[in-house]
Ligand binder design. Sequence first.
Ligand code: GLU
Length: 423
Amino acid sequence: MGADLSYVHPTANSPWGTYLSQVDRVVPYLGDLARWAETLKRPKRALIVDVPIEMDNGTIAHFEGFRVQHNMSRGPGKGGVRFHPDVTLEEVMALSAWMTVKTAAVNLPYGGAKGGIRVDPKKLSQKELEKITRRYTSEIGIIIGPHTDIPAPDVNTNAQIMAWMMDTYSMNIGGTATGVVTGKPLHLGGSLGRVKATGRGVFVTGREAARRLGLDLRGARIAVQGFGNVGSVAAELFVEAGAKIVAVQDHTGTIVNENGLDLKALIPLSRADGLVSFKGGDVIANEAFWDVACDILIPAALEGQITAERAKKTTAKLVLEGANGPTVPVADDILAERGVLVVPDVICNAGGVTVSYFEWVQDFSSFFWDEDEINVRLDRIMMNALNNIWDTADKHKITLRTATFAVACERILMARQERGLYP
Ligand code: GLU
């Protein structure tokens, strides 16, 4: 196989191409700081690692792993690690850059980073999963650390994987460094509220956006793409607020029920056998998901899902980006022209990294907060950030995405300027 150079010439709709176009849109609002804008368009550091493991059948398999530190002007790198067969350097670069913008948008003292392994974890045994996690952690151990770069869960990674990462890093340095990763199990320095934090943040920002739009959540119809840790938690909270979930799609298929799907039955079943085994809804073709009549659309799966064609046909008035990078730039324009409000990923799904920050702070102080305290603080941080972004959007008459980038990039580039160039 030839070298992967997709990151050098990204296509317009690829993750890195999408990110670059989002940066281009914000430059006119950066004033004198625009002279530093090029800094946003290149990662500070990108590491590609070989991850060899001995498989259960005795063969040696090699996997490709990445850790990209996009920017550290405001603090250590922060961002998840994803295990997925489609992971590329280009994708991880974009995800790391969105972390830079996200942490700045909610004003956490972090930069942005991301990691990934190109692997289908569903094809690995538990033992193989542990080996790949430990070897990857050891390989990226030269650039991560509690004060340099702090990984966390992302697509297909969880608290157990974070425990192995924490242990591997700790064994290598000869200590116990709980602060090297977040999203850990509770008794290993994890935080209450972390598992549900991303979905809760989607709900908090969505509730406020709906209020401002005059959209009553009681009876509101919601379509959710992706039913993992983000989509299912957000869906539950919206149902508690009176909304109904009329369509859900995951990698196994799509189900609909215009009277609302019964989440209490659906969630455990979807974990065990996949969505389509659920009898309380009708299975439809995957593409038909985008035609389902709804008021709110929550993309909570992977990048590039809302294309121009899908943006033209959605009936949603509000899009809540639980996923990172779900909307391609041309679709963003179509949604704006059609008057569909988009709460962008870099604020909408920032609840996860916000509670990661709480976890990291608790680890350093060795003093742990109760769940109410976590949720109250999370609400406050998300609401303050969103209100500030909304004011910026109103002031310049720009979309919430460009406003979020404006607020965030100003913070990042101000820090960059104040630190100055070395040497
Ligand atoms: N993977 C999550 C995200 O995309 C959380 C990252 C973190 O907690 O550091 O925001």
